[in-house]
Ligand binder design. Sequence first.
Ligand SMILES: [Zn+2]
Length: 285
Amino acid sequence: MTESVRTAKRRVGVGRTPIEVDSEPAEPVRPVPIAGLALGTSLDEPGQLGGPAARPGSVVEALRRQAIRGQTIRRSGTETTMDLSEDEEELSEEELEPWEGTVDEAGDDIVKWLRKNAGKATNYTVAVCSGHIYLTKVNGVTPAAKLMGQLREHIQDNGIDQVCNIYLCQKYNTSQPSNHAEMCVVAAIGAANIGNITFFECTAASCDYCGAFLAHYDVPNTSPANDPASQAGWTHPFQSLFWGTQLGGHKAQVDELKAYLDHGTAPRIGRVIGTAPAGRYVLWL
Ligand SMILES: [Zn+2]
């Protein structure tokens, strides 16, 4: 990570606290929904997996948050006589504690947080690839999604965003309903980089299709081993292929997927679909 990026991230850390200590329900000025829009312009640019080309986005984000912080201070300025420069120095010391563990351990921490706070209804996936964190839920997640504001606070409070980039992954096949969380992450990381995944875990068990896919690519999937929920369908993250309950029996289809992955056996039950998959993600933090 370049020094300029580190500096930008520190600015984010310093600038964040005034928003948090503002006792008003400050939802309208929270940066979360705007962040996705601001960074979304880089979505379809090729060749930025792992994020070097996305780095300027974090600077934009930092500058924008500074502007928001200015608004917050001005608004609360009528109620306090605090010396802003002194306050900022104190905050700097308090906020500049980076995450002390590895990025893989940070990924594990985020999985645990999601498991505790997201409940069992939604499966989330967190992965670390080439030192950066990718996360999502089924059919993708945006900065504006429920829970992401709380998760952002958890990540920033623990300094995780100071040691790596954190990307949110979206649907990879917009023509299909079954964009499983695991495959949204894999599609965002891409076939060329799938071997660089060092951590991969879901809040719940992976389905049989995802399990077969991740095993084929030797992804170190440490998701829980309890019975996975049955899935209505599964869409390949790299190719225009779909399997689903309306097409045939579950086990026969999973076996067919395994044969396709391992031996290139042409699918007989699985269907070729018109829309090609394309991994999508935004730099979040
Ligand atoms: Zn799955």
